[in-house]
Design a protein around this ligand. Structure first.
Ligand SMILES: C[S@@+](CC[C@H](N)C(=O)[O-])C[C@H]1O[C@@H](n2cnc3c(N)ncnc32)[C@H](O)[C@@H]1O
Length: 236
C-alpha cells in the first residue's frame, strides 16, 4: 500500500467554504436511503469538516467522528464544529484506530489517493454489521484501472522531487468484484455536476467542459477526463 501523505494538494479544502455540489448530492442520497437508523458517523479524510457540518444540520442527534492527515485542516474543523457532537482527529486512513464501529462511514475524494483497494477493505472492518460506506470519487466505467502521478508547479507548490497521487481511478468492475469477494455489495451512482464548474488558477482543480450534446466533461490540468461516482457499500 502506498505511504501516507501522498497527496498534499489541500488548498481547496482549507477554507470555511460553502458545501460543494458533491456534498449536497451525497446528503440527498443518504436522506433518500432506506436506512434511517444510523447514529454513529465517521468521515475519513474529512478536511475542514464541511460535510460533517452540513450533515449535522440534518441529523443533529448523531455523533460524528472525523479525521484527516492534515493537522491544519483538523484545526480548522475543530473550530468550525465546536458546537456539535464531533470528535476530530489528525490520523491516517491506513492506521487510524477506531474506538467503536460506525453505522455510516463517508470517504469522499480519498480512495483515489491510494493505489490498491486494501484501504477500502480496512474501512469495512470499522463498520457495524448493518452499516453502510459512502464513497465519492473517480471511478472508470470502462474495465481499466489507472494510476496517475503528477507535480503541480502552480505557485511552486511542490519541490521537484515531490510526485503527487490522488487521481487513481479504479474500474467499477474491479471494485465490484473485490467487494463481492470480501462479502459486500456495491452500488454505483454517477455524479453529474448540476452547474458548470469554472476553470481556476490552480491547475489541479477540477473543471467542466460542455460537449455539443450538452453533457459535461470533467477535467483537470493533468488533462485527464474523470468520471465521478458515489459508491454505496453494505454487507451482502
Ligand atoms: C480530495 S480531499 C477531499 C476532502 C473532503 N472529504 C471532500 O470531499 O471535499 C482529500 C482529503 O484527504 C486527506 N488525506 C490525504 N491522505 C490521507 C490519509 N492517508 N489519511 C487521511 N486523510 C488523508 C487530505 O488531507 C484531504 O483533506
Amino acid at each position: 500500500m502506498r505511504a501516507s501523505g501522498f497527496n498534499t494538494q489541500i488548498s481547496a479544502y482549507s477554507k470555511n467554504r460553502p458545501p460543494k455540489f458533491h456534498e449536497i448530492e451525497l446528503l440527498k442520497i443518504i436522506k433518500g436511503s432506506s436506512d434511517k437508523t444510523f447514529s454513529k458517523v465517521l468521515d475519513i479524510g474529512c478536511a475542514a469538516g464541511s460535510f460533517i457540518s452540513l450533515m449535522s444540520k440534518e441529523y443533529p442527534s448523531c455523533s460524528y467522528t472525523g479525521f484527516d492527515i492534515s493537522s491544519k485542516l483538523i484545526e480548522e474543523a475543530k473550530i468550525r464544529l465546536n458546537s456539535i457532537n464531533a470528535n476530530m482527529y489528525i490520523a491516517d486512513a491506513l492506521t487510524f484506530e477506531p474506538e467503536k464501529k460506525y453505522d455510516l462511514i463517508i470517504a469522499s475524494g480519498v480512495l483515489s489517493i491510494f493505489e490498491d483497494l486494501k484501504p477500502l477493505e480496512l474501512w469495512t472492518k470499522w463498520l457495524e454489521e448493518y452499516g453502510r460506506i459512502y464513497i465519492f470519487g473517480r471511478f472508470n466505467s470502462k474495465d481499466i484501472d489507472t494510476i496517475v502521478r503528477f507535480r503541480n508547479h502552480h505557485q511552486n507548490q511542490v519541490k521537484d522531487s515531490e510526485w503527487q497521487g490522488g487521481l487513481t481511478s479504479f474500474s467499477i468492475k474491479y471494485v465490484t468484484e473485490y467487494l463481492s469477494d470480501i462479502g459486500f455489495k456495491s452500488k454505483f451512482i454517477p455524479f453529474i455536476y448540476p452547474e458548470k464548474l469554472p476553470i481556476t488558477d490552480d491547475p489541479v482543480r477540477t473543471y467542466s467542459v460542455e460537449t455539443i450534446d450538452n453533457k459535461k466533461l470533467i477535467l483537470n490540468g493533468a488533462n485527464i477526463i474523470a468520471e465521478q461516482y458515489f459508491l454505496i457499500i453494505n454487507k451482502k
